[in-house]
Design a protein around this ligand. Structure first.
Ligand code: ZN
Ligand code: MN
Length: 145
């Protein structure tokens, strides 16, 4: 293998071996464990090439830096707006919507690269705890007429 393909392969493996949808900085840190002298520019260039070749997916996340996905299968993303974690959803959001879109517009949907922004269950639990905490603190006795 040439040096270039060794570099590209190392980057690809780092992305394929995680489900965390990492950003460039994380990928760079991981790849340097294998190839300590690799430059950030080389990592950027290879990420672009891998995405163009369809070996990885580039994810544009609203209000955040680009993230990368080693899973190129047809799936959707649930993005937690609080902790920033990205979860995979291997389920069509509504299979009927594709038929409806086709009926209304004549457009044939082949893949859904949908992003759903919300709160993950951990963050919801935290919010619930927070609410309970505030609520308990507001049980102030006295002050009755
Ligand atoms: Zn979360
Ligand atoms: Mn994914």
């Amino acid at each position: 293998m040439s040096r270039k393909s060794i570099q590209r392969d190392a980057i690809l493996q780092v992305i394929k071996n995680t489900t965390s949808h990492p950003g460039v900085d994380w990928i760079y840190d991981e790849v340097r464990k294998e190839i300590p002298n690799i430059s950030l520019g080389t990592v950027y260039r290879n990420l672009r090439l891998l995405a163009q070749a369809g070996e990885i997916r580039e994810l544009d996340i609203p209000g955040s830096a680009k993230r990368f996905d080693g899973d190129t299968s047809n799936h959707r993303h649930l993005i937690c707006e609080k902790c920033g974690r990205i979860f995979d959803l291997y389920e069509a959001v509504d299979p009927k919507i594709e038929a409806r879109i086709f009926q209304k517009t004549g457009f044939k949907v082949k893949r859904q690269y949908l992003k759903l922004i919300g709160l993950c269950s951990d963050c919801q639990k935290q919010e619930e705890q927070l609410k309970t905490y505030i609520y308990d603190n507001s049980l102030i006795k006295g002050g009755e007429k």
